[in-house]
Design a protein. Structure first.
Length: 153
């Protein structure tokens, strides 16, 4: 049997409590382009990386206290990842390390390797911006601050 072999992920969806608040967050903080709002279904779709490349669906729903919190990662350039902690803080969003601690710099995930910064959306979903690095993977280093990665490689 031959596998389908997708080239990329086109869309993913999140449940949110306040659709308007989430649309604003994903437009203003994450920088996604609003594609379409479905008023009758309390849903919105945003383009990731430009029209037709990838999509995020937001669905407002239940007021249940039992919510599922998910993780999404967005690809940026290394330069954009490096300045993302300052940009997030300026927007009132706490940048986080791989270990979910406040940070001033990206974490490098050594086995990939990739530089990444985490943060949370208004519903507590874990978001990550990351850039793959050109260096050889170093799984022996684990997940370390970017400055420590530079010293070790």
């Amino acid at each position: 049997m031959t596998a389908v072999k997708p080239a990329a992920l086109f869309e993913t969806h999140l449940n949110v409590r306040d659709l308007d608040q989430s649309i604003t967050f994903y437009r203003e903080i994450v920088g996604l382009e609003l594609a379409h709002v479905v008023e009758g279904r309390a849903a919105a779709f945003l383009w990731i990386g430009g029209r037709g490349r990838a999509m995020l669906g937001l669905w407002a729903g239940s007021s249940s206290p039992n919510t599922l919190r998910l993780h999404l990662a967005f690809t940026l350039t290394l330069e954009e990842v490096m300045v993302s902690p300052a940009r997030l803080r300026a927007a009132g969003v706490q940048p986080l390390s791989f270990y979910q601690e406040p940070t001033e710099e990206p974490t490098v995930i050594g086995w990939m390797p990739a530089a990444s910064v985490y943060f949370r959306d208004p519903d507590g979903h874990s978001l990550e911006v990351l850039a793959m690095l050109d260096e050889a993977p170093r799984p022996d280093l684990g997940n370390i601050p970017f400055s420590a990665w530079r010293r070790a490689t």
